[in-house]
Write a protein that binds this ligand. Sequence first.
Ligand code: GLN
Length: 275
Amino acid sequence: MTRPRTADGLLHHARALGLDRWEAQRLLEHLSGHNRTWWVMHGDEPLAEALIDAFWHACQRRSAGEPLAYVVGEQEFHGLTLQVTPAVLVPRPDTETLVDWALTCLPALGPRPRIVDLGTGSGAIALALRHRWPSAEVVAVDISAEALAVAQGNGARLGLPVDWRLSHWWDALAGERFDLIVSNPPYIAEDDPHLPGLRHEPLGALTPGGDGLDAYRHILAGVGEHLAPGGWVLFEHGWDQAPAVQTLLTQASLRNVQSRADLAGHLRCSGGQNP
Ligand code: GLN
């Protein structure tokens, strides 16, 4: 196929590959550094070979199913621009529900609440909370050194101090207590038919294996040691897991167990409070 030489031609090509209009525009803006308005004026001019190559390559990646966030290397989350690589899950708008809920809990948790984000990935939740609640002391852990490097880079770039620790859940946190425990752990069941569609993202961030609930069991086993009196545990979970996660929270002796819906109306987060 002969390659188009203008932006208009490339955008047309991208649509033919199955990219939607918004994505194709986003790629062009990202790779060229020129915004949409600029391209309206210059869409019929011949482009530099390097830009054509880069756009062509990016379109192939996207049309092969790679998330746009990996192709452009960044994703917006709760008003922050985060860099992302295939070492981390792409932050989802659903997870903003967890951040918003956490922000409503913080005012009652003292002047300098201690927060821990378990399985932080890109650092999305930890950074959004530190950004919106600067008096909080935020610790964030991940089992993946590669993921933690991405999170650390985001914190440095955004000027948001978070205490990053390489840790399998509580392992590196012996004896430490928190007023707020937040986590978007791997929760997809091993045999979930959606899993193959997420093949570009790290499997360990998506599924803990089995019924998808093991990460909650593991985290809740540490609540007695790590949750301060009056503190909250808030989890994100799958669209159909609220009853199961609520049961686990109740079995961990937490009270005020409740759930919150995401923008699509699915109960996406559940949490409970230490008596
Ligand atoms: N929200 C992701 C999805 O369903 C899964 C994230 C996770 O397992 N924590 O695509």
